[in-house]
Design a protein around this ligand. Structure first.
Ligand code: PCA
Length: 322
């Protein structure tokens, strides 16, 4: 007898009409075991819980749904409802997106948090103009320089093939006489292994993700800046949700920002230990190298202030006033 079947179907239909779950795709560019991705998973779980399953967010790691450099556009156009992106990679579109990658402006976790808060109104406005709602951001550990040889000055970098992830990294390379190529993290291992690139600026976190000790020998802890991964939603998709669901998204975002930032700070030292344990030479930059990089940093700070005008200055003033 199949008497139960229609009954079951009715119950299912009823449940669906009560819950009517909305599902969102959340593309991210970094691997599933990276703390940014784990934090995004925890954010998605919290949204699910808070909304009683009314909004389900599926995180797609490692550029699997949209590649890193496609994520912002996907969210802007609504192909994805929410996403995580290293926004500084879009500084060529608007230099304000590079606020977190101005050399030596903010080189500690504490300073990075101050800079984030100072930049938030300007960044949120810029994103709103593009149909996106800023939700949260989490820093990477301070950026160091990776090479496959000892480096004591900028002069010694001449001609080295360099992996860039945004216009600041490309500009450092250019000013140092290196040859930059933009490579997303998901393609980095292959670019290193095949010799397309042989150096980079990044954190110990990405160094560990990509097992850089297999391809490079030296890490210099120059603490150039702490770039951030930013999570944002398509504004129309967000505003189509019931008010209490939107509240859940915003409160989970706030919690994710705090949790992710604490996680970054607590993991940072261990990443460098792991590089060293695997045979990399992890060191402070020498005096000459430090002085050379400071000079490049000054030039790039001026360039950034010139290209961002009043808005960039507003961010720097608010940051320094903190
Ligand atoms: N890792 C990311 C961005 C900054 C970082 O530490 C990357 O290298 O792609």
């Amino acid at each position: 007898m199949n008497a139960k079947l229609p009954l079951f179907a009715t119950a299912a239909a009823l449940a669906a009409s009560v819950v009517s779950a909305e599902t969102w795709d959340m593309p991210v560019a970094y691997p599933s075991h990276n703390y940014h991705t784990e934090n995004a998973e925890a954010f998605a779980a919290e949204v699910g819980e808070c909304t009683g399953g009314e909004l389900e967010i599926t995180v797609h790691p490692n550029g699997s749904l949209f590649k890193g450099d496609e994520i912002k556009r996907a969210v802007q156009t609504g192909d994805a409802q929410i996403g995580e992106r290293l926004l500084s990679a879009h500084a060529n579109e608007d230099a304000l997106y590079g606020y977190d990658s101005v050399p030596f402006l903010a080189s500690s976790f504490e300073a990075s948090e101050k800079l984030r808060a100072a930049a938030e109104p300007v960044l949120a406005e810029l994103m709103a103009e593009q149909g996106m709602t800023l939700l949260y951001s989490v820093p990477w550990p301070a950026q160091g320089m990776y090479f496959n040889q000892e480096i004591n000055s900028v002069e010694e970098m001449e001609g080295i093939k360099f992996r860039a992830y945004n216009s600041s990294t490309a500009r450092v390379a250019e000013l140092a006489g290196m040859v930059p190529t933009q490579v997303e993290a998901a393609e980095l291992k292959q670019a290193l292994a095949t010799g397309v690139v042989a150096s980079m600026i990044s954190s110990g976190s990405t160094g560990v993700d990509e097992k850089t000790w297999e391809d490079m020998s030296h890490f210099y802890d120059v603490k150039a800046w702490l770039p951030r991964n930013t999570v944002f939603a398509n504004t129309a998709a967000l505003e189509a949700l019931p008010a209490e669901v939107q509240d859940c998204v915003r409160s989970a975002a706030e919690a994710a920002q705090t949790r992710g930032s604490e996680e970054a700070e607590s993991l940072a030292g261990g990443f460098l230990d792991t590089l060293a344990e695997n045979g990399m030479n992890v060191a402070e930059p020498g005096e000459q190298l430090q002085a050379d990089l400071a000079e490049i940093g000054d030039q790039m700070t001026n360039e950034w202030l010139e290209s961002t005008g009043d808005k960039g200055q507003t961010i720097v003033d608010a940051y320094r006033a903190e």
